[in-house]
Design a protein around this ligand. Structure first.
Ligand code: GUN
Length: 291
């Protein structure tokens, strides 16, 4: 079998188009422009790339983008004061603090200072609790993007066996909750899971979010299963020349694609959907604020 490739890039472009249309209508009919504030502390190169990309795409869909770049040694007090200002600003509908934060800042304290209604990452403890109890919440962007692709491919997910590999707060746990909400039978696998290969082989859906390059191989996959690869890992690629690198997922693409029914590529799968969902969440937050 050769898997259908789930084109996250094209899907994300469609989501952005829909967001842009809705934003234009909001402006025309209500005079409201959704606004997203992104806070970056320090100069981590990968975070800088993500933040630039978020700002660019926010403007492209017609929203206001507010970027706050703070020194690496910014105090917790100053960061919390900025969040208080953004919480109180009616032009700001969504707030995202780029993670990871420098070591001297308490991530939980910072995230939980964001007004839950503006928490477009869905990381605030209130949103985590609402999602876990099946109530209306802001939903973390990466798992939301995965869910949208799964629903698009399968229609109903009801009754399917899903294995989520990885138990992070950002992807693994919220992904499991979302799949459960869609009536999947969900197992979370992690580094201590016994016979993880055999477990994955029982799954109709495998979501890999462990951050280990090409860990999931084709012999872990049930024929015809859907594989969602959340990983983005840069590895050496001597075949491309000395010092060259390439991006790979948490799944070994070629071997998984031989067995799976459908698979997301890296790059061009889950990655583009994450920012598209961030924009969708910002629009949702704006609409709820003005309801
Ligand atoms: N760092 C890596 N992924 C994310 C994300 O989804 N949101 C934030 N705020 N930081 C991240």
């Amino acid at each position: 079998m050769t898997a259908t490739v789930i084109d996250g890039k094209a899907f994300a472009a469609k989501v952005r188009e829909q967001v842009a249309e809705h934003v234009a209508r909001l402006k025309e009919e209500n005079g409201i422009t959704p606004g997203l504030a992104v806070v970056l502390v320090g100069e981590d190169p990968a975070s800088q790339v993500y933040v630039r990309s978020k700002g660019k795409q926010t403007v492209e869909v017609g929203m206001n983008s507010f970027e706050h770049k703070l020194d690496v040694d910014t105090s917790e007090e100053d960061l919390l004061a900025l969040l208080d200002e953004l919480n109180a600003d009616p032009a700001v509908h969504g707030i995202l603090v780029q993670l990871p934060l420098p070591g001297h800042l308490n991530e939980d304290l910072v995230i939980n200072r964001i007004d839950p209604a503006k928490d477009v990452d869905g990381f605030h403890i209130s949103n985590v609790g609402l999602l876990g109890t099946g109530q209306k919440s802001m939903v973390p962007c990466t798992p939301l993007g995965c869910l949208m692709m799964l629903r698009d491919h399968h229609g109903s997910l009801s009754g399917l066996n899903a294995v989520v590999v990885g138990r992070s707060n950002i992807v693994g746990k919220p992904m499991a909750n979302l799949l459960l909400r869609d009536s999947c039978t969900v197992t979370i696998a992690h580094s201590r899971t016994k016979e993880i290969e055999a477990l994955c082989k029982t799954a109709d859906i495998v979501v890999a979010a462990v951050g280990r390059p090409e860990m999931v191989t084709g012999d872990w996959i049930k024929p015809g299963a859907t594989v969602i690869d959340v990983g983005i890992n840069r590895i050496d690629a001597p075949e491309k020349g000395e010092g060259k690198t390439r991006l790979v997922g948490d799944c070994h693409y070629e071997s998984c694609a031989e067995v799976a029914g459908a698979i997301t590529p890296v790059p061009g799968g889950v990655g583009p959907m994450t920012i598209a969902c961030l924009l969708a969440n910002t629009l949702t937050a704006c609409c709820r604020a003005n309801d």
